[in-house]
Design a protein around this ligand. Structure first.
Ligand code: RNT
Ligand code: ZN
Length: 411
């Protein structure tokens, strides 16, 4: 009997169906963020990264233009199993000749990405870029008291909704548009209400532009603090939660954006109870940094379990979001995306109906033993079979180091 067949039997004895788990995972889409490939630089301004986020490290081979970024993403896609979607930021516009500022971006500035996605059968998610730009004034964008600044960024938001409509029309797949602003203060402000009133007003103005809600799903991402913006964040959790409830848009939770002992895994069930959809930015927070490469750690596994247990695979939009400039950037993509899939597969390999019944019958002793037994079940054999069926090689480090030697060192 093959290792897979053996493992399948062991899972069956625990009450889980390995064949069904693999089939389900093969239909889950994960959106891969383009910005790991060039340390969130983009192609549209000479401004360095700002907005309370930071990349550290200067590993060789950063993508310097659209061609290099696409080439690197292609290698990552080849090494990642499952269905993928492309997640773009507005600062990745590809200009041919004439350039456009953020408030004047048009669909044709993203044609190269549409061609890229269509050739690979992928949809495109999108993010307005409210940072790394001279119109960010005193660390404020949509919440700025300067009307000219605020209007500039409202126009940027509206441009992005139009571009997302174009993505959806061209690829035939809906586009998730995530609004995240870095706005905040380093030190204690005197007025916490004013910026939030203006942010609310700005969001209302963006959403009033009239976009196709059947194809473009707008979401709002909260944050607890940014680097250099430690004392006050306009788009806090409470602001964003209330705003999405009022406006009917989708919440986005980034698991690097909460207090260190707070976990997004515990929030997923509550969010799905009150929202038809939830978007996630999957990352790994380490002390002050919210954006380390995703690995298969306990919290990632708990998040995946919650999505599966809440029957949320069709309701949750999964996207990666992290940036590490200190290691090979392609390996960062592959490790993070594979980790998300590993966590989902492992969650799908749990006998959830049986465990739920144990909980309801108050049989907590048996529930604990069952959960502990699952931890040493032969997960690796099922993962290998999944990779084999997806036609993806198991080990990826050699391929990446080879590409580093042949391509990346020459940049
Ligand atoms: C920043 C947010 C945001 C960004 C991207 C680049 O803290 O997580 O999602 O990471 O927009
Ligand atoms: Zn995020």
């Amino acid at each position: 009997m093959s290792r897979f067949e053996e493992a399948k039997k062991k899972y069956a004895a625990l009450g889980a169906d390995a064949e069904a788990a693999i089939k389900t995972l093969q239909n889950v889409t994960v959106s891969m963020h383009c910005w790991q490939g060039d340390d969130v630089v983009g192609f549209d301004t000479a401004d360095s990264l700002s907005g309370g986020i930071q990349t550290t490290g200067n590993y060789l081979g950063k993508a310097r233009n659209p061609e290099e970024l696409m080439q690197d993403m292609d290698l990552a896609f080849r090494l990642i199993p499952g269905k993928k979607k492309l997640n773009l930021h507005a600062c990745y516009a590809v200009f041919e000749g004439e350039r456009a500022d953020r408030d004047a971006l048009r669909p044709h500035h993203f044609k190269a990405w549409v061609d890229f996605a269509k050739e690979r059968g992928m949809g495109i998610d999108f993010n307005p870029t409210f940072f790394s730009h001279p119109m960010v004034k005193d660390n404020l964008t949509l919440s700025s008291p300067d009307e000219q600044v605020r209007k500039f960024w409202i126009n940027h938001g509206i441009c992005c909704l139009k571009i997302a409509e174009y993505f959806a029309a061209e690829t035939g797949m809906p586009s998730v548009v995530n609004i995240w602003i870095p706005d905040g203060y380093k030190d204690i402000p005197a007025d916490r209400l004013g910026p939030r009133q203006r942010f609310r007003q700005s969001l209302d103005e963006i959403l009033a532009c009239g976009y196709d809600k059947s194809k473009v799903f707008v979401c709002l991402e909260s944050k607890v603090f940014g680097i250099g913006l430690e004392s006050y964040t306009v788009g806090s959790s409470e602001f964003c939660m209330n705003y999405v409830n009022e406006s009917g848009i989708m919440p986005l939770m980034d698991n690097g954006h909460y207090h260190p002992t707070e976990v997004v895994s515990d929030k997923i069930s509550s969010m799905l109870l009150f929202h038809p959809h939830l978007a996630l930015h999957i990352t790994r927070g380490v002390r002050w940094d919210s954006d380390h490469v995703v690995i298969l750690d306990d919290e990632l596994k708990e998040m995946a379990k919650e999505i599966v247990r809440c029957d949320g695979l069709d309701k949750v939009f999964l996207a990666t979001d992290y940036f590490d400039a200190s290691i090979n950037r392609i390996s960062a993509w592959v490790t993070g995306m594979r980790s998300v899939q590993k966590a989902l597969l492992s969650a799908l390999l749990e006998p959830n109906a049986k465990m739920k019944a144990l909980q309801e019958e108050g049989r907590m002793t048996e529930l604990m033993v069952c959960q502990e037994e699952l931890k040493t079940a032969p997960f690796g054999d099922i993962w290998e079979e999944y990779l084999r069926r997806e036609g993806v090689e198991e080990s990826y480090i050699e391929t990446i180091l080879d590409y580093e030697k042949k391509v990346l060192v020459n940049r």
